[in-house]
Ligand binder design. Structure first.
Ligand code: DGY
Length: 342
């Protein structure tokens, strides 16, 4: 008998067909208040889940007794409690690698947009306000040759450092738990303490995964250390930043501007004070959102799920310990103490 898989995102037909060759599928294009009950019921019978952008809480998974694998179509896995999954022998896979270059492009787009006032001045032209050669009140500032400070030198940090060093002649400072020898040898990046990066950079780019340790990693203290002419760029996760402190830093001109692809709460409320500031470029979490990259992410996630549910392994496994757990007898969410769906 085929294993049961719940798909909780709209997938292209060829990828659905590939999954259907192996598994019985229950499909949800997205999850909302109308189909949430059906989704929760389907999870109870599933051996595998594949999708994105839904927070799957321990409570929701507490009755998924058969669940063996979850394949998230994202590099970030902050929608899951990894420890909970591991304890229950549920393997979690993600899609690193395939989105690195697109996210690095998006981070550079934010830097250029906010420093050169691209969005603000495009609106100015559209509004018919361009009447002559623009003067200093509408000038931006250069990106090339300025210092970039990268907080989090993983794959994406490295791709940003490459653009900065080779394309824009920017000195690169970085803060990371471990040394990144490639960044240092190829892009002359200099590893510094957090405070030195904050104080020395003209563009402070946060590229960290969201974990309990990185939640609100950047707050009042950190903004106070930045140069008043510096820009803050966040292309990772909104919750890494204390958004109230960011708003205050921008309002008081403690920093010059911000380029933001992610927010504490998404979608960003139309009432957010960030949207009233001309020195803020706000994007709708589009880092990996290109046709090519989203397709590559889906294909990667499909491969991951097929491998794990067929008893193999995926190099994109977030919690390899879950497999040991499974082999030593743990299975699905059995034994969960906080079941809510009986
Ligand atoms: C990711 O893959 O984590 C991106 O942020 C898209 O959600």
């Amino acid at each position: 008998m085929k294993k049961q898989v719940v798909v909780y995102k709209r997938l292209p037909q060829p990828e659905l067909a590939r999954l259907a060759g192996w598994f019985d599928l229950t499909r949800f294009d997205s999850i909302d208040e109308h189909n949430r009950g059906a989704f929760l019921a389907a999870i109870q019978w599933a051996h595998g889940l594949i999708g994105a952008s839904v927070k799957l809480t321990n409570e929701m998974l507490s009755c998924a007794d058969r669940l063996e694998a979850i394949s998230t179509i994202s590099v970030g896995y902050d929608n899951f409690d990894v420890r909970f999954l591991t304890e229950r022998g549920i393997v979690l896979t993600n899609t690193p690698g395939v989105l690195t270059e697109s996210v690095a492009d998006a981070i550079f787009a934010l830097m250029l947009a906010v420093a050169r006032r691209v969005v603000e001045l495009a609106e100015f032209v559209k509004a018919g306000r361009w009447k002559g050669s623009i003067g200093p009140s509408l000038y931006g500032v250069d990106v090339h040759s300025k210092t970039i400070g990268i907080i989090g030198m993983g794959r994406i940090g490295l791709a940003v450092a490459r653009r900065a060093c080779l394309g824009f002649n920017m000195p690169v400072l970085y803060y990371n738990r471990h040394r990144n020898a490639q960044a240092e040898s190829l892009f002359e990046a200099r590893k510094c303490g957090l405070d030195e990066v904050l104080a020395g950079a003209d563009f402070v780019c946060v590229i960290l995964p969201l974990t309990p340790e990185t939640e609100r990693f950047i707050g009042e203290r950190e903004f106070n250390l930045m140069k008043p002419e510096a820009f803050f760029i966040n292309g990772s996760r909104g919750k890494i930043v204390d958004e109230g402190a960011l708003v205050r830093a921008l309002q008081s001109r403690r920093i010059r501007g911000a380029g933001l692809d992610v927010f504490e709460k998404e979608p960003l409320s139309a009432e957010s004070p960030l949207l009233t500031m001309p020195n803020v470029v706000a994007l709708p979490h589009l880092g990996s959102a290109t046709h090519e990259t989203r397709l590559a992410m889906i294909r990667c996630a499909v491969e991951n799920l097929i491998a794990v549910l067929n008893g193999g392994s995926s190099e994109n496994t977030v919690n390899p310990e879950a497999l040991d757990r499974r082999h030593s007898g743990g299975s699905g969410a059995k034994g969960a103490s906080d079941k809510v769906c009986d």
